[in-house]
Ligand binder design. Structure first.
Ligand code: MF3
Ligand code: CO
Length: 253
C-alpha cells in the first residue's frame, strides 16, 4: 500500500481564481486553433503560444519546470506528450497535441488538446474523437461520493471499447498552487477504488490514447514520449473542480 495522498481542498475563493485562470487558458487555445497552420514548425507554434501567454498577462508554467525549455509541449503523431517544439514541420494529415500550463495569481491551470490538420484518415479522426470523448467520460465521474478510480475506469473502459489503448506510463494530477499536486490520476483502474472524491478538489484529467500498443518510450532529449510502435497518439486535458453539484470544467471560456 502506498502512502495516502495529500489532496488539497480548495476554498471557494481559490476555485474562483482557478476558474479565471482556466478561462484565460481556454481563450489562448481558441487563438491557437485559429492561428496554427500546415507548414508551420512546432517551434513557430511555441512562439505563438508565448505571445498569447504574454498578451494575457499570465506566466508560462512549463518553461523552466524541471528544465523544460519551451512554453508549450507540442507532440506530433507518434509523439504522445512532452514534445519539445523545434524544427518539425506540421504536414497535412498530422495530429498535433498542444499542452499549455499557465500561472495566474499564483494558481496553475493546465490544458491540452490534439488538433488535426488538413484531411485526416478515418483512424486518426476516430482517435481524436475517442480521446476527447474519453476525457468527457472521465470528467463526468469527478463528483463527490465517487472514488478516484471511477474517473480512471470510465476513461479506460470507453477507450478500450473503441479498440484503442490508454497510456499507463503517464497520469493526470491534482493542481492548484503547484502544477502537480496529489493525487496521481491514472487513465486505467477499477471502479470504487482510490480516495473518496470531495468538493473542493481540483484535478487535471488528461487521457493519452494510442492507436496501437499502450507502451511508450522517452527519446534521448529526455522529454519527448513516443509510442513504442510509432503509431499515432492523442491527448486531451482539462483542469476540473469537484463541486457539490458535480464536475465543473475550469478550462473553458
Ligand atoms: N500537462 C503536462 C503535465 O501535467 C505537461 C507538463 S510539461 C512540463 O505533466 F514541462 F511542465 F513538465
Ligand atoms: Co497536466
Amino acid at each position: 500500500m502506498g502512502k495516502s495522498p495529500d489532496i488539497r481542498i480548495k476554498t471557494p475563493k481559490e476555485i474562483q481564481i482557478l476558474r479565471e485562470a482556466g478561462k484565460i487558458l481556454a481563450g489562448i487555445f481558441d487563438d491557437i486553433k485559429s492561428l496554427v497552420k500546415v507548414g508551420m514548425t512546432t517551434g513557430e507554434i511555441d512562439m505563438i503560444a508565448e505571445s498569447l501567454i504574454n498578451n494575457s498577462y499570465v506566466v508560462a508554467a512549463f518553461k523552466g519546470y524541471r528544465g523544460y525549455p519551451a512554453n508549450a509541449c507540442i507532440s506530433v503523431n507518434e509523439e504522445v506528450i512532452h514534445g519539445i517544439p523545434g524544427k518539425r514541420i506540421i504536414k497535412d494529415g498530422d495530429v498535433v497535441g498542444i499542452d499549455i500550463g499557465i500561472i495566474y495569481h499564483n494558481y496553475y491551470s493546465d490544458m491540452a488538446m490534439t488538433l488535426g490538420f488538413g484531411v485526416l484518415d478515418t483512424g486518426r479522426q476516430k482517435l481524436l474523437d475517442v480521446t476527447r470523448q474519453s476525457l468527457m467520460r472521465g470528467i463526468a465521474q469527478a463528483k463527490p461520493g465517487n472514488h478516484l478510480r471511477d474517473i480512471s475506469h470510465a476513461v479506460q473502459s470507453y477507450v478500450e471499447s473503441k479498440g484503442f489503448s490508454v497510456v499507463r506510463d503517464f497520469v493526470g494530477h491534482g493542481i492548484g498552487r503547484s502544477l502537480h499536486e496529489d493525487p496521481e490520476i491514472p487513465n486505467y483502474g477499477s471502479p470504487g477504488q482510490g480516495p473518496l472524491l470531495k468538493a473542493g478538489m481540483v484535478f487535471a484529467i488528461e487521457p493519452m490514447v494510442n492507436m496501437g500498443v499502450s507502451g511508450t518510450k522517452v527519446l534521448s532529449d529526455g522529454w519527448t514520449a513516443v509510442t513504442a510502435d510509432k503509431k499515432p497518439s492523442a491527448h486531451f486535458e482539462h483542469t476540473v473542480a469537484i463541486t457539490e453539484s458535480g464536475p465543473m470544467i475550469l478550462t473553458v471560456k
